[in-house]
Design a protein around this ligand. Sequence first.
Ligand SMILES: C[S@@+](CC[C@H](N)C(=O)[O-])C[C@H]1O[C@@H](n2cnc3c(N)ncnc32)[C@H](O)[C@@H]1O
Length: 398
Amino acid sequence: MELIATSAFGLEAVVARELQELGYTEQKVEDGRVTFIGDELAICRCNLWLRAADRVLVKIGQFHAPDFGALFDQVENLPWHEWLPVDAKFPVSGKSVRSNLHHEPTIQSVTKKAIVESLKRNYQRHWFQEIGTEYQIEVSLLKDEALLSIDTSGVGLHKRGYRANSGMAPLRETTAAALVLLSYWNRERPFLDPFCGSGTIAIEAAMIGRNRAPGMSRGFLCEQWSQLTRAHWKQAREEARDKALGKPTLSLLASDIDENVLRIAQSNAIEAGIGSDIDFKKMDVLELKTALEYGCVITNPPYGERLGDDESAAAIYDDMADAFGPLSTWSIYVLTSHPGFERYFKRRANRKRKLYNGRIECHFYQYLGPRPPWEKPRDVTSADEADSDAGDVTDSDG
Ligand SMILES: C[S@@+](CC[C@H](N)C(=O)[O-])C[C@H]1O[C@@H](n2cnc3c(N)ncnc32)[C@H](O)[C@@H]1O
């Protein structure tokens, strides 16, 4: 069947690479989604494993819908009874972008009526009570093209279950994981986030370091569905447990100037089950000193938008230039929306990638250090490929 992994804009290539690594190579990458071919087990595995995706959907149909008549007729002709049992609860949510049909409540209600008509025909019933298992239907219109799908995830995949609390401007777990996946960090290399806030980047890195499936501590809407058996989930979860690695030799380092936020970070790390993998330290970025080499700084400093003002952000970037200057063998990765970042940091990035932190347009500045002597030359399936696939990457000459 056709499945869809949705993602934030800018992260599609990261999700595509994750899917490839899971073995789902037949895929189509579009804005905000990757469509791929998979079976029931793929639904379980993708929900458990995808780190940068928002949701996993089952695609039911796609067609041209310039008016409500076309929408109704084509929705009615889709095989809803193959998915929805007779007592299914099936709320419909709709969205429309640059389409003739734009009134979302009407799009939702027309879609719902058409599905009911389809079920009436197939189940020979006139009335559906909707007291059973939930199947969340999504109808999304883009340039008059309707896409009908059923959400398998329920709560968005960024909710891993470990972040009870956060600091003032936390990153989404999916974005934090994507930053790590876009970097050259691996469990053999030192890791540092000197503006760790609630610890999201370090926690996601620690889970990547242990090859731990991010969805292992949560449930998914489709676990109740009759199409997915207990055996599918058992197989996917056992497989994930078998693939998990032990604690890496090197501890990850996460620091912040704010003691209170560090306490939150620490309790989130414990909740995530990797509390002992990260050393948390109260520290101003200017105090940074390390004898370690070939590490990766992956960080999300204040932008001057949600935290502090523009000038104080500029002063912090200036401090970062001094603090990171001696780290000549390290690679530095910085996510910020501040347009003057490279100027204040006094270095042009080797690569920049446009990403969104919620609604804030940011760039992920990448300063690539030398390859560690113990690592083989980088192959084309590494972060480079995800980058070059993205289309929105600008290489600077740094
Ligand atoms: C954008 S937040 C980081 C959010 C984090 N990525 C998360 O997911 O929660 C920036 C953090 O930088 C910290 N900070 C500000 N100035 C600092 C400085 N000079 N040295 C170290 N940390 C600083 C703030 O306390 C704040 O927690």
